[in-house]
Design a protein around this ligand. Sequence first.
Ligand SMILES: Cc1cc2nc3c(=O)[nH]c(=O)nc-3n(C[C@H](O)[C@H](O)[C@H](O)COP(=O)(O)O)c2cc1C
Length: 389
Amino acid sequence: MLVGVSGGIAAYKACELVRLLVKAGHEVVPLVTPAAEGFVRAATFDALARRSPTQEPYPHLARADLLVVAPCTANTLAKLAHGLADNLVSEAALAHEGPTLVAPAMNPRMWAHPATRANVERLRSRGVELVGPGEGDTAEGEQGVGRMAEPEEILERCTALLRPNNGSLHGKRVLVTAGGTREPLDAVRYVGNRSSGRMGVALAAEARRRGAEVTLLGANLAVPPPPGVEHVDTPTTADLEREALARADADLVLMAAAVADYAPAHASLEKRPKDGEPWRVELRPTRDVLRELSQRRTNGQVLVGFAADTGRRGLERAREKLHAKGVSLIVFNDVGRGDIGFDAAENEVTIVGRDGERRVAKAPKERVAAEIVDEAERLLEGHGRASAH
Ligand SMILES: Cc1cc2nc3c(=O)[nH]c(=O)nc-3n(C[C@H](O)[C@H](O)[C@H](O)COP(=O)(O)O)c2cc1C
């Protein structure tokens, strides 16, 4: 495994990461940028990795099962996104063919900058995995998102990336829906919603990471589906319903898509010409895919619904939905807020179950996805035990 260290304060935490990786039995090749050398000398990493400093003269020739960059500075992130190869880390990254995990660490304003946001999207779209950054106090005393994930968490992600076949969901079939359906009005217009599909894509990636066989039904995704996942395009509610019902026997169903509740009663196959007249559209309720799935639920299946609603009443409606629709969990997220929910990189959710609720604080959707899958897995294990007796 290649461990790239770039020049941020969190370089000291990379020492602990290398130590943990070696302890877990991994062969680690540390690669240190010149800027990182200003924080922790390469010799420290070599010693922790139990390697001689002369062992890796040509990083682009190194073959590895995984590349981890921790900490990943804004600068190195930009280099990875654009394919620069001007130091040991960026050069190795450009030649690396396996999975890549990046642990960004930077000032919150650097993390929030549109340039960094675009670089992150670019990397994600190529299947690069990110862990963190988290929220909290930075070394310079600022508050916000930018702290590198803890070494233990990075180790966990490395382990999962290297062993998808031994993951906790190995042998399970997981169905995930993501995005927002569009209901045609005519040949070019539609009634839709702002869902980008990020939450569902993060859930699919998480389930895959844990070794599941994942099918992602994507409705107008703004982000690419994760690698290793079967992707079926389902732009309308009817498409999504058909494909979901065809896979209704999955072990775990995560219904993260924003499926239209109402669709135009009549859709024209041609474009309605502009004639200056008002256009009255009748919307009719669509079939409730979640309820349909719940009615077909097989023994032991865990069915997770999502409630995209607003405010306190929204949470109450989510609690009602759990019972009314007969699902295992409802994940409530407040789509009335601009900083989370629809088309945002972060989310803050309440996971409503039959025996309690868990609030997941605002975090990148990947982290929220992991918490949701944790809860779903707990229920899957519970069913397993119940059926064993
Ligand atoms: C004391 C100090 C701390 C820094 N911490 C960070 C950091 O946490 N994240 C970051 O992106 N850049 C940080 N920088 C800036 C980087 O070191 C700088 O952008 C450098 O060019 C990164 O090079 P590299 O990505 O090749 O390692 C810091 C600079 C200094 C002087």
